[in-house]
Design a protein around this ligand. Structure first.
Ligand SMILES: [Zn+2]
Length: 308
């Protein structure tokens, strides 16, 4: 990437020009703490021109793995402890069905090849296999790949294997809460555009920092999840990313459950008394706000098609 500089020891990445629009004037937005692993603080900065929000001075790809090493990082470890984890697993089974239905709705033509990037422990990829999709799944974490093989018999490839795929060979590419973790956004958008067939769809789910719960918790909003989340999207900036890389935003949908999970986690991070109850209450308020205006939802699903 041209718009970054690395620290002298190559440990941290400093954004010097906006990854989205290239301008060099930023505002400091929030200072957020990494509650999950390191307890370190990171500054969020926002481009004055296009409003793209990012984590400044985040750990480089060589160093960031250590920030994922936590028992609490549920999506990778698949542990079953605690009420929040239980809730997460219950909601996952519901959201898996919702995701499968969404794909059927937005891509009614046929089954085809679905690429799930950042497949985690493989539950979504496996679900789509049962719906007669041919699935290509990729995941960085070896631990997650091993879990997928043991529990689901699913073969997930290591992420670099994506470069072996032929151009114009994929019907649908999905990234469920993955894009915000990828350092080279431009590179990935180009790759995905190249891999998709003409009618293909790119489906991306990311947290929405213009949501009700983000406004409520401010710098303590759990979905900032620094420094693992390098980029923070709004419906506006997500659409701009698509346009930059030859996509048109066809649809966007709220993810109603995420607000509950993120709100409860935000309360738990503060070690609040009755965190579950308080978080549920904020999640419920956010749910009603998102019903009235979907762009207030904690996370959103964006469906992009290629611009013709
Ligand atoms: Zn910008």
């Amino acid at each position: 990437m041209q718009n970054i500089s690395k620290s002298q020891n190559n440990e941290y990445v400093t954004i010097t020009s906006c990854p989205l629009c290239g301008k060099e004037k930023f505002l400091t937005s929030h200072t957020c703490k990494d509650y999950t692993v390191s307890q370190e603080s990171f500054v969020l900065m926002q481009c004055k021109k296009c409003s793209f929000l990012f984590t400044q001075n985040f750990p480089s790809e060589d160093k960031i793995d250590s920030y994922y090493e936590s028992e609490n990082y549920i999506s990778h470890t698949n542990t079953n402890r605690g009420l929040t984890a239980l809730l997460y697993h219950w909601v996952r089974s519901i959201t898996l069905n919702k995701k499968a239905k969404l794909i059927k709705r937005v891509y009614p033509h046929k089954n085809g090849v679905l690429l799930d990037y950042g497949a985690g422990t493989g539950y979504f990829a496996h679900k789509m296999q049962t719906k007669q999709w041919e699935v290509e799944a990729f995941e960085k974490s070896k631990k997650a790949r091993t879990v997928a093989r043991a529990r689901l018999g699913l073969h997930i490839k290591e992420e670099s294997a994506i470069n072996l795929l032929a151009p114009n060979s994929i019907d649908i590419i999905t990234l469920w809460h993955v894009l915000e973790h990828l350092e080279d956004l431009d590179g990935f958008f180009k790759l995905f555009h190249n891999l998709l067939i003409e009618q293909g769809l790119l489906i991306v789910a990311v947290p929405n920092y213009t949501s009700y719960d983000a406004d409520h918790y401010k710098e303590k909003w759990a979905a900032y999840d620094v420094p693992r989340h390098l980029w923070h999207f709004s419906p506006t900036t997500m659409q701009k990313w698509g346009i930059k890389h030859g996509f048109v935003l066809a649809e966007h949908y709220p993810m109603h459950f995420d607000g509950f999970y993120v709100s409860i986690l935000s309360e738990k991070n503060q070690k609040h008394f009755l965190a579950l109850l308080k978080g549920f209450y904020v999640g419920l308020k956010g749910f009603f706000h998102a019903l009235a205006k979907k762009e207030r939802s904690s996370s959103m699903i964006y469906v992009f098609r290629k611009k013709h």
